[in-house]
Design a protein around this ligand. Structure first.
Ligand code: FE2
Length: 260
């Protein structure tokens, strides 16, 4: 039941995203929210811990209802977990202008799949922040900020997602242009937002600097669910971007094809 239909996969390939409303049951959703609540308190009090060390957030990175769907999009290829971010957003939250999050330096192709999973524990209700997506843009190769000048505007063909049940997720191709449009907020609505991300194996992906430590904690705390999802926490699939940036900046002139 955690699997995608051929229609789902075709829709993802064409549009670059899939919505699953109310995917998480009430208990799981509440447990995750409690972890985010604790995380936000810890951030205020400077007791910073990596997200993987929070029991529910760590486990969320291998949540079968998410990861098994991602596996279907990967079409039999192995893949690894790239990151988890989590927070809540309150009335007055600023927006995030149009952008895409595919991790590649520089952007030259889309040979391997990377997805982000956007999770809304309190759903979306038109307050605080709407999700905007631009279907099909994942098929184009462009810089992360290529649409930035459009800020939070509706664009020809763009869609606004502002009404989702609690515990909903949206799986997006990481190269899909998307934005968070700020809304004035109606009162007490708290917009819980978590994103996790997964990368197809076969190439090296730019990672956060502490990926080895994050993966060590994931395995130590049982995020691999008795080994079934241990493949997600494989540090060998990543490289450290800062080690390469100087060389790239020196060589990134004219047609890179001439430098291969
Ligand atoms: Fe994003």
């Amino acid at each position: 039941m955690n699997h995608l239909t051929p229609d789902d996969i075709a829709q993802f390939d064409e549009e670059g995203y899939l919505v699953f409303e109310g995917l998480f049951d009430h208990d799981l959703n509440e447990r995750i929210k409690a972890d985010v609540d604790q995380l936000m308190i810890d951030r205020e009090t400077d007791k910073r811990r990596m997200l993987m060390a929070y029991p529910e957030l760590g486990l969320l990175t291998s949540e079968p209802s998410v990861v098994d769907r991602v596996a279907d999009l990967m079409n039999g290829k192995k893949f690894v977990h790239h990151h988890i971010h989590a927070r809540w957003q309150l009335p007055g939250e600023r927006g995030a202008p149009w952008h895409q999050d595919y991790a590649q330096i520089p952007h030259t192709n889309r040979s391997h799949l990377m997805v982000h999973v956007f999770m809304y524990m309190n759903g979306l209700n038109g307050e605080v922040g709407d999700l905007l997506v631009m279907p099909g843009t994942h098929k184009k190769v462009m810089a992360n900020d290529a649409y930035r000048q459009f800020q939070f505007e509706d664009l020809p063909g763009s869609r606004t997602i502002d009404n989702l049940a609690h515990g909903s997720i949206v799986i997006v191709h990481s190269a899909l242009q998307h934005a968070r449009r700020p809304k004035p907020g109606g009162g007490i609505y708290k917009r819980y937002f978590i994103d996790t991300s997964y990368c197809e194996e076969g190439i090296l992906w730019p990672s956060y600097p502490n990926i080895a430590e994050i993966n060590r904690v994931a395995l130590e705390t049982g995020c691999d669910r008795n080994g079934k999802y241990a493949f997600l926490y494989d540090t060998s699939q990543f490289f450290e971007r800062k080690d390469y940036m100087n060389t790239l900046n020196e060589k990134n002139q004219g047609s890179l094809a001439l430098q291969l």
